[in-house]
Design a protein around this ligand. Sequence first.
Ligand SMILES: Nc1nc2c(ncn2[C@@H]2O[C@H](COP(=O)(O)OP(=O)(O)O)[C@@H](O)[C@H]2O)c(=O)[nH]1
Ligand SMILES: [Mg+2]
Length: 246
Amino acid sequence: MRTIVVIPTFNEVDNIGEAISRVRSAVPAAEVLVVDDASPDGTADVVEQLGAADGHVHVLRRPGKAGLGSAYRAGFAWGHDAGFEVMVEMDADLSHDPAALPSLLAGIDDGADLVIGSRYVPGGSIPDWAWHRKALSRWGNRYVTAMLDLGVADATAGYRAYRSTMLDALDLPSIRADGYGFQIEMTYRTVEAGGTIVEVPISFTDRTRGTSKMSGRIVAEALLLVTKWGVVDRLPGRGARRRARC
Ligand SMILES: Nc1nc2c(ncn2[C@@H]2O[C@H](COP(=O)(O)OP(=O)(O)O)[C@@H](O)[C@H]2O)c(=O)[nH]1
Ligand SMILES: [Mg+2]
């Protein structure tokens, strides 16, 4: 199936070259789209140079920093127009090992609509995190899954493969959440739409170059949204729909 790996970037000049070359060796048939938000460090220029030498590498330049969720929505729209059948989400900072791509794509080949590279299924790990950071993320995910009935272990994970027909069913322009909230909302909508979700184990490693762009505001937004959706789901009118899913 025609596959594109969408990588959002903001100031990833030290990582993007290695990330792209590792994606290209892991899955030579896949193409790469970098969605760059006018990174001052020239990330997009590096990608453009790589693209001049390799027709499988593309860059979508946006005028300013507008967040991870908005970058993915733009990237998916681009991939849709170009006719890709599978779209992968991957960070540029090498926290997501490109070598795991074949296992994500195998899940789609086997019939899943969404394959999540999961830290919290057997075989998944986060070797660089201290126990308290793991506990916060693990319990955050338990809260999300319980509130929204998602049935997945890692709803905030950002390493994923989607079947494009599934994305078409999710009404992406109406998704407003950013960062972790975006990943949760995408999972929630996939469940609501009746999509098949599979989790494959990954090892999530910390970035060694550049800095994180996530903030406390992004975490707070995600928790607030999840609480709101969970409460609305439990209102009388929505009960039947929830029970029908169980
Ligand atoms: N285009 C774009 N990419 C972003 C934005 N914020 C973060 N990213 C990218 O999203 C990916 C994940 O961000 P990162 O800071 O590593 O998040 P963390 O791993 O949760 O700390 C990286 O490739 C970032 O460069 C944004 O506003 N726009
Ligand atoms: Mg990161």
